[in-house]
Design a protein around this ligand. Structure first.
Ligand code: FAD
Length: 362
């Protein structure tokens, strides 16, 4: 089901879609082109940036405008490499703010840099990853610019009037809501990693670089980075980008049984995860949760054991190439979207699979 709503600023201006469309205010008429934040931290570009360039390319082509990457980073080879990669993933140009103050993410200089870029070059659409960095930055930029921001979108399109139609789940995932920012620019949206497909890189593709200087002194930034200490003890789940994921749900019955999930994952070289109630019970850490309020995954193989397939779980896994469901209930919802199913007891099937793969892969 789809419903249409407008974010707060547009609604306040009477900008809802239902027959109340107003002309875009004069000051926003120059806003053109689609931008994607190229998110770089400690020399690494977050892959969601390339996923969003792939999606941004489609929007820009539909509007007949250019696709730009916005890269805020410290000077160095990694920054140049990121610019080249942005072209290979579809950007026509890159707005580059390269400054030592932008070497590590801090909200204040990044927000100042991004709002300055937007106010100077005026994009009509600005997309960011719904990562920790993207979520923090997008909120500040949207409130500073007083424009609409639709968070955690699952679908983006251009409607018949050339406006961004940003779709996201609402009411606990039971409805989809399409939000338009009618009277403000840019139209902003965040999208979680792996929601959009990774585009093919086109080697040798190039474009323009527009350098823009950061006007800011270190002395005016409240937050200081004294040191960077990697959290060596924290178990980092790389679920979103794993090729194979094995997950368990409440059907496993008790926390000890999740060893059957981690055993199979270990044999397959896979990541492991779980459904939300498993996290709520304290059987697995929150970073292992898959679904609407957890991670979105797109593995080549997803094995779901003792998971019913509720809509909030489904939205996080339906991009998987192959879904294998193991469930005692032949009428479980998960069999409606799984590619393969085993009707049976996961407590017996998981160890049997582990043993079979162990022998085969030995
Ligand atoms: P259950 O629904 O209890 O299903 C257990 C399944 O195991 C059943 O199908 C049963 O037949 C089967 N089973 C029982 N015994 C066995 C056995 N021995 N072997 C094999 N199968 C067996 N859920 C998520 O997963 N991720 C989210 O991100 C998420 N976000 C949510 C956000 C909101 C706002 C809300 C309201 C809910 C959210 N949920 C989320 C919860 C979701 O609605 C479901 O409640 C949840 O996914 C169910 O988890 P489950 O399938 O593990 O448990």
């Amino acid at each position: 089901m789809t419903e249409k709503a407008a974010p707060a600023p547009a609604a306040a201006a009477g900008g809802s879609r239902a027959g109340m469309k107003k002309e875009l205010p004069e000051r926003f008429r120059d806003y053109k082109h689609v931008w994607v934040l190229i998110e770089m931290e400690r020399g690494q570009v977050h892959p969601v940036s390339w996923e969003l360039l792939g999606e941004g390319r489609k929007l820009a082509d539909k509007l007949g405008v250019e696709l730009a990457g916005a890269l805020l980073a410290g000077p160095g080879e990694a920054t140049q490499k990121a610019v080249d990669e942005a072209f290979s993933y579809g950007a026509d140009l890159v707005y580059l703010m390269e400054d030592p103050l932008l070497a590590d993410y801090r909200n204040q200089p990044y927000a100042a840099a991004m709002t300055d870029l937007v106010n100077t070059y005026k994009p009509e659409i600005l997309l960011m990853g719904a990562t920790n960095l993207g979520r923090d930055l997008a909120g500040t930029v949207a409130t500073t610019l007083a424009t609409g921001l639709t968070a955690d979108c699952t679908e983006l399109a251009i409607d018949h009037e050339g406006s961004l139609a940003a779709t996201r789940p609402t009411f606990g995932g039971t409805l989809l809501c399409t939000i338009h920012t009618l009277n403000f620019r840019p139209q902003m949206a965040t999208i979680r990693p792996r929601v959009m497909a990774m585009p093919e890189a086109q080697e040798g593709r190039s474009g323009r670089v527009i350098r823009h200087a950061l006007v800011m002194e270190e002395s005016s930034i409240i937050t200081k980075i004294l040191d960077f200490i990697a959290d060596a003890n924290m178990e980092k789940a790389q679920l979103a980008y794993a090729d194979i994921v094995v997950a368990g749900g409440m059907g496993l019955g008790r926390p000890e049984n999740f060893k059957l999930v981690t055993d199979l994952a270990a044999v397959l070289g896979a990541e492991y995860g779980c459904s939300r109630p498993v996290v709520q019970k304290g059987w697995m850490p929150a970073e292992r949760q898959i679904g609407q309020t957890g991670k979105t995954i797109r593995p080549r193989l997803y094995i779901a054991a003792g998971i019913s397939g509720a809509i909030q779980h489904r939205v996080g896994v339906e991009g998987s190439d192959i879904i294998l469901a193991i469930n005692t209930d032949p009428n479980a919802t998960i069999f409606e979207f799984a590619h393969m199913g085993i009707v049976g007891d996961a407590l017996q099937i998981l160890p049997a699979l582990t043993e079979a793969f162990r022998r085969r892969l030995a």
